[in-house]
Design a protein around this ligand. Structure first.
Ligand SMILES: [Zn+2]
Length: 433
């Protein structure tokens, strides 16, 4: 087991907690200089010196995506713009983009977090990495790139798309590691088979670092199998991050027991989204993160909207930093269908238990005579026919899991849309009145 920063990654939890408190207190002082945040903290009766122990954490106001949008582009800057060396933005397809700006020191912290993450996942300097997360305003491309180079691996910056070229480069350059969204990884595996390329026989991929969208255990197993990672003695590692926290920063280690969140740079809380009180150990709640190290635009107690479970139990890899053990969907991905809460991740969980189904599926929410309807469109794996008994079985399982009736609609192989970035899983056809 190799480490990038053994001393930090294995520090006892009590020592880590002390370091986090010290850094959190300093960050409160830093963001207090920002007019908007300082104003909000003063309104809450908080001055930086008030943070004495973890009981005082609850006094620190939360930050939400709406706050970020209202203060776009630089209203939440805690440092000075002259020291900013890089800007990233989310795509902003649903409104104002979320910005993140970095000092040179912030970029250093980010690259070091990613280097630790890749090393924990098993990357070495001998690897040849095809980096297929998109470059540009999206944090994935450059975030991965800097960390990979930091480890000393050879990086081929293909970016996403152009799948046939990706496959050609994999063979020409002996690529051992592939990155990109989980959806894109599966797509590459699918095209390979179509072109008569068997990833186990013809490619040498042993590790995949895939992030940018949620990935269930079943999906991970499929990627391991389809791209040949498992056959070559490695596997897929999930990556987690978000633009608001500077981009991707956390990863599965080789034991895949949960995603290690580097506690010296990020404070993780899991809270009940309604009461905003901490949930019990291992219970699901909303992930709330604080950036303990960034200088330019650190966000404290940011409500990520991700529903997770987490643990601080020891990991067999020896790293002490807390782990996110499960992703249960986005709080705002929740669909309200006839008064019932439905998470797309629940649907995926049920579908992918069945080997007859491919990973292409989508939910269509509609309306008939004023009532909501829920349909799930699925595709079989190539060469498999979906019979009525399987459809009935799936409908039963979904009803059990969602507590709502839904209809399964089998589609022909290749009928559902394919995605090179994040998959779109929900089509909402209800009128917006
Ligand atoms: Zn571990």
């Amino acid at each position: 087991m190799a480490f990038y920063d053994w001393e930090t990654e294995t520090m006892p939890l009590e020592v880590l907690s002390g370091l986090q408190l010290e850094k959190f207190r300093a960050q409160v002082g830093r963001v207090y200089r920002n007019a908007f945040l300082g104003g909000r903290y003063r309104a809450a009766g908080l001055v930086p010196g008030d943070i004495k122990d973890w009981d005082d954490l609850a006094r620190v106001p939360f930050l939400t995506k709406d706050d970020l949008r209202e203060n776009y582009p630089t209203g939440l800057l805690s440092g000075v713009m002259a020291r900013v060396v890089r800007v990233h933005l989310t795509s902003g397809t649903t409104g104002v983009p979320v910005p993140m700006v970095y000092t040179a020191g912030d970029i250093e912290v980010w690259a070091a977090c990613m280097a630790r993450s890749f090393t924990a996942g098993g990357l070495t300097r001998d690897d040849v990495v095809q980096q297929a997360h998109g470059y540009g305003l999206f944090t994935g491309g450059l975030g991965f790139h800097y960390g990979l180079e930091r480890v000393g691996a050879c990086v081929i910056p293909t970016g996403s798309g152009n799948t046939e070229k990706q496959l050609r480069i994999m063979r020409e350059w002996g690529t051992t590691v592939f990155t990109g969204t989980p959806t894109y990884a599966l797509h590459v595996g699918e095209i390979a088979l179509e072109k008569g390329i068997d990833p186990v026989r013809d490619l040498g991929l042993r590790l995949g670092f895939h992030g940018g969208e949620p990935c269930s255990d079943e999906m991970r197993r499929r990627i391991d199998e389809r791209l040949g990672y498992a056959a070559h003695g490695g596997g897929m590692r999930r990556c987690y991050g978000l633009t608001e926290m500077g981009g991707p920063f956390a990863m599965d280690c080789e034991y895949v027991t949960g995603i290690h969140v580097w506690g010296d740079h990020y404070l993780m809380e899991v809270l009940d989204p309604l009461t905003l009180e901490p949930v019990g150990p291992g219970e699901p709640g909303e992930l709330v993160l604080s950036n303990l190290s960034f200088e330019a635009m650190p966000f404290l107690r940011y409500r990520t909207g991700d529903r997770v479970t987490a643990t601080v139990e020891p990991c067999p890899c020896g790293r002490t930093h807390p782990r996110i053990t499960r992703f249960l969907g986005r709080v705002d991905d929740m669909l309200l269908v006839s008064g019932t809460n439905v998470f797309p991740s629940q649907v995926e969980y049920v579908l992918l238990q069945h080997g007859e189904l491919s990973e292409h599926w989508r939910i269509v929410v509609g309306e008939r005579k004023g009532l909501h309807t829920l349909r799930v469109q699925v595709e079989p794996r190539p060469g498999v026919a979906l019979d009525e008994s399987l459809v009935a079985l799936l409908e039963g399982r979904l009803k059990e899991s969602l507590s709502i009736t839904c209809r399964i609609e089998p589609q022909a192989c290749g009928a559902l849309p394919r995605f090179e970035g994040k998959a779109v899983r929900v089509v909402d056809e209800r009128s917006r009145e």
